[in-house]
Design a protein around this ligand. Sequence first.
Ligand SMILES: NC(=O)C1=CN([C@@H]2O[C@H](COP(=O)(O)OP(=O)(O)OC[C@H]3O[C@@H](n4cnc5c(N)ncnc54)[C@H](O)[C@@H]3O)[C@@H](O)[C@H]2O)[C@@H](O)CC1
Ligand SMILES: [K+]
Length: 241
Amino acid sequence: MTGNTFRTTTGREISAVTADEMRDVDRIAVTEVGLRLLQMMENAGRILAWHVRDVRTEGTAVVVVAGTGGNGGGGMACARHLANRAIPVEVVVDRSPEDLTGAAATQHRILDRMGVPVITEREWVPQSDDERVVVDSLVGYGLDGEVRSPVSQLIERTNERSGPVVSLDVPSGRDATTGDVLGTAVTPDRTVTLALPKTGLESVPGTLYLADISIPQMVYERLGIEYDRPFGHSDWVELER
Ligand SMILES: NC(=O)C1=CN([C@@H]2O[C@H](COP(=O)(O)OP(=O)(O)OC[C@H]3O[C@@H](n4cnc5c(N)ncnc54)[C@H](O)[C@@H]3O)[C@@H](O)[C@H]2O)[C@@H](O)CC1
Ligand SMILES: [K+]
């Protein structure tokens, strides 16, 4: 990242945004364009599921570790798309499902009706030889400070896994704007960030992909953010490290 831009592996320049700028993008997309959170989340979850299938070795199961916000909702949508392809998937939520609200509660209810196993942090005691792919959808740009328990434990357990780790939007525990590790953070093999790359992703390890969640150019124009439609044939682009 130079200045405030990343480059795609095909040489296109892409603006990077801070967490506050991304919150503004989210807000304008909803209030001025009328996009709903569940629509953007569905794009996130579906493209994340593609990347999980891309890293997964045939026959390996997946565990999605989900928070209670938009990031968690994206992870649960991803779990649904994997279950629809008969890929063994289990969801670990960082508190009892009854405490989920909004979009995360909607995603959870669907998984529950589909019979996708959803367990709590206390019930997730992974074996050391657990080769499963771990999807990190605990927290994205909504991290409000040092990571608190039980999220900190879930981050540690995710890092102890030997299987591949895919983070949604921002590796949990990293400040989306500065990239600082706030206590502890997931070390991903790949990060699938949404709409525009976050400035804090510059020093994050692993490969980095940008996913299209259907936010139109007019939102960026409204906010004075340089944006020239990075998505062509594919729903995602790889960003240079
Ligand atoms: N346009 C966009 O950028 C969109 C973003 N979406 C997703 O929504 C996320 C933002 O959603 P939210 O604003 O709900 O926030 P997040 O989902 O990023 O974070 C909130 C969650 O993190 C937990 N949390 C926050 N600070 C914590 C701390 N210090 N210690 C422990 N837990 C902590 C909260 O309890 C909650 O579970 C993005 O990162 C992205 O993944 C998608 O839903 C689609 C639209
Ligand atoms: K995350």
